[in-house]
Design a protein around this ligand. Structure first.
Ligand SMILES: [Zn+2]
Length: 317
């Protein structure tokens, strides 16, 4: 299987007025290398396979990855100028505590195993129940948000240097293990991807920062991935509502909160893998709606002017 990672946290120009986060929040994040990347406790850490080991082993048994590594369509090369291509799928590791590791095994990996494995080996074709699809969505939310975590590392050190898919800040993923369930602001969108077609029809600008009503600043995170048969995007956007145009028209599904009442992805219309492009924007106030409209696009792209943000948090750098 070929994985094409599409980086949607691509670096755009900074917003007109660079925004700085609240210092106390930032300093907590800065300690993230010494604490669990999920619950942030200082408990003894273990190396978590972000792509679950059961999944990689299952895929590797069916052959080496057919394609080499590319980023945004450009091949990644070894020192002797050949495309990097592994005999097995690249492992992504992240330091988390034993309790989080166990919790995710129980609540995310075990329910996903019987569904994700067969789907992945079958080009994401297959009939699933609503609960199955939710389990698939939760698994992708975990994988994509942790792949993008700034502390995650690839096993291949050359790839690690070349591939920059990390978010600019650590996503708040405590919900993965704190028992409080999936927050409203985390979504997983999938559509049936046809790799023979290309063409973006919708651009959704996800703001980098959200000025929350309580005076704090939250960061948004987006990561998309396409593999023959399916394109998937995980979005974490506190204070922001995403109105996905393809979900509204029935050509895509949101799996965490509104999974389909059973069904097969292959019955959706095949669309270009990049039919929806998620783009990183600037800062917006809480309550912003991302819906692909020109107004939402421009607002999120350029961010709000300083007068809309609180003076104390908008400082020129
Ligand atoms: Zn933990």
């Amino acid at each position: 299987m070929a994985w094409t990672l599409r980086l949607t946290s691509e670096r755009r120009q900074e917003p007109a007025i660079p925004l700085q986060s609240d210092g106390s929040v930032r300093s907590l994040w800065d300690m993230s290398t010494a604490v669990c990347a999920i619950c942030r406790s200082a408990a003894t850490r273990t190396r978590e396979h972000v792509w679950s080991n059961w999944f990689l082993q299952r895929m590797d048994r069916h052959g080496a990855p057919p394609l080499g590594w590319s980023l945004n369509g450009v091949p990644l090369l070894t020192r002797d100028r050949t495309q990097i291509k592994g005999s097995q799928r690249q492992r992504v590791m992240l330091g988390i505590c034993y309790a989080c590791n166990q919790s995710m095994n129980m609540t995310i990996e075990e329910p996903a195993k019987p569904v994700v494995g067969p789907l992945a080996l079958n080009g994401w074709r297959g009939e699933c129940t609503r609960e199955d699809w939710r389990a698939v969505g939760l698994w992708w939310a975990k994988v994509l948000l942790l792949v993008g975590h700034p502390d995650s590392t690839l096993e291949n050190p050359r790839l690690q240097k070349l591939v920059r898919w990390h978010f600019e800040s650590a996503p708040d993923v405590r919900w993965l293990t704190d028992g409080n369930g999936i927050p409203d602001h985390v979504s997983v969108f999938i559509h049936r991807a046809d790799f023979k077609k290309a063409g973006t029809r919708h651009e959704l600008v996800v703001p980098a920062h959200v000025f929350m009503d309580d005076g704090t600043i939250a960061d948004c995170h987006v990561l998309s991935l396409a593999t023959p048969g399916m394109a998937v995007t995980a979005v974490s956007s506190p204070g922001v509502t995403i109105e996905h145009p393809l979900v509204a028209s029935g050509h895509a599904w949101e799996l965490l909160h509104t999974p389909p009442a059973g069904g097969a992805l292959q019955r959706l219309r095949p669309l270009p893998r990049d039919v929806v492009r998620f783009v990183r924007g600037g800062g917006v106030p809480e309550g912003h709606i991302v819906d692909g409209s020109e107004m939402a696009r421009l607002t999120a792209l350029f961010g709000y002017e300083a007068s809309s943000a609180t003076e104390s948090t908008a400082q020129p750098q």
